[in-house]
Design a protein around this ligand. Sequence first.
Ligand code: BJW
Length: 243
Amino acid sequence: MKLDIDLINKLKQSKSLVFFTGAGISAESGIPTFRGKDGIWNKLKPEELANFNAFMRNPQMVWEWYNHRKKIIHESKPNPAHIAIAELQNHFDVTVVTQNIDNLHRRAGSKNVFELHGNIERNYCVNCKKFYNEELDFSSGVPICGCGGLIRPDVVWFGEYLPEDQFTGSEKASAECDIFFVVGTSAVVYPAAGLINVAESSGATIVEINLEETPLSYLADYSLYGKAGEILPEILSACATLI
Ligand code: BJW
């Protein structure tokens, strides 16, 4: 893909970049997306797995799903898209705002990362809120806290509030950046998707990178259609030649 010369000039004039990322950025690491052609929610119903009531009704089933995903994530590696974003830190102030729970941005070397929907490597007790960051023992079924409460993954399910510090920090970065990249998200889950409006109304240039259009594509100044793992390294190369 040939990058638009106007976009390269914008990059030249920019200091701060935000990368707002979704499941699509990790697809090339072998982690399935939620929606779309190969999305896991074509087969599984989100309301049966990604909400608190479903967990309380059937913690065993929800844990089986998360353990399956933990295994995939554990075996995966950051791909060229995650790595390009981390390397862009050598040229710009970079903030990553991710909806993903897979920790691949940090593993790629990104330093300034906000996690809007939690992190699969952490867990906590639904009763006393004690954190369990070590490997859990599933030998006698669903893990139980010392207080008797069920332990759950530290992720944000439908109907739950996003972690306030992560959301507030993301809003600030979105309002203050020069360029806001929207990478591999269907942009349908709120309040996360609303950050695109925050950036746009604050005057940031919006660049969308996706395989296809999304409901918020109309806000983009530049729409780059293709794989994030191919487009982001090209952006990195273009930036390297600016110096
Ligand atoms: C590629 C690619 C490649 C593929 N290269 N691209 C306003 C309006 C309507 C509804 C609401 C609203 N405000 C709130 C709501 C309700 C709800 C919501 O948004 N519902 C809509 C879906 C209808 N939101 C909530 O409930 C949120 N909480 C909340 O609002 O709290 C306030 C409140 C409290 C109490 C009562 C009421 C309100 C919480 C949302 C939590 C979302 N959680 C999940 C699960 C996380 C844990 C886990 O992973 O298990 O987060 S759902 C799931 O969707 C996950 C994702 O982070 C999130 C977004 O998905 P994402 O990342 O966009 O992935 P996909 O699969 O959808 O898209 C992939 C994209 O990549 C596609 O576009 C592909 O084309 C592309 N792609 N390969 C580039 N190689």
